[in-house]
Design a protein around this ligand. Sequence first.
Ligand code: SAM
Length: 261
Amino acid sequence: MNPTGGLVSTKTDDERVSLVGAGPGDPELLTLRAVRLIRAADVVLYDRLVSAEILALAPPEAELIDVGKRPGGSHTQDVLNDLLVSLAGSGQRIVRLKGGDPFLFGRGAEEVQALARHGIRCTVVPGISSALAAPAAAGIPVTHRSVARAVTIVTGHEALSTQSVNWSAVAQLGGTVVLLMGIERRAEIVLRLVAAGLDPLTPVAVVMDATTPRQRVWCGDLAGLVDAEVDSPAVIVIGAVAAFASEAAQLVAAYPLPRHV
Ligand SMILES: C[S@@+](CC[C@H](N)C(=O)[O-])C[C@H]1O[C@@H](n2cnc3c(N)ncnc32)[C@H](O)[C@@H]1O
């Protein structure tokens, strides 16, 4: 079943309410459509990882509302959905700006459905997800004909006890594993993957603050990830392709990139 079938408008429809992907951080990785909608917005509701440079594209008179969820923070998804619905009913041009792509671990579908329950259709603008942009910005190809023919994108956020992610299946699938929101629970995740048969010496790269001036990369292996000095936000790449990260320093231009006009 398509959970948002019929609820999302096409490009030719009214773009008054839009869920817009802000990409991984670098404003140059916004889509042209995202830029156009942000520039025309009356209200921008934005997530924690959306940069000041991107918000600066909004008109000076636009209202910017920080709805980023923080540990212990006040915005639950329900409060946010209600706010979005009430603003959408005001007739203003609303941009709900989300890090990366709105439909990858972004709870975008829940917001589309909340709007739909009030008869409001919205436009969804895809964004470049950190799941692919972070590895790429560190010179890591998530697939490679000789070493990785599949890529699995998985969240490390869910409590492992809930069994919501089948870590054994993830370990056994082969190819590359891209882990989002995995820093906090990395020790438990490593334990699960190794128990399911993944070699503790499997190469790992952690790309932090990808595509921003603060980007940094940790390179090592699965066993070393447990005590690695790494911080969020980060994308953890597990698999043979992660070994490209150390080589990439010589082969590709690394962030922060010089700005050419
Ligand atoms: C709630 S998820 C949202 C993902 C987003 N929808 C996307 O497509 O990138 C947030 C997680 O995305 C990853 N992330 C987002 N931006 C990042 C960045 N610039 N560098 C590294 N990781 C990032 C981190 O794993 C972070 O914990």
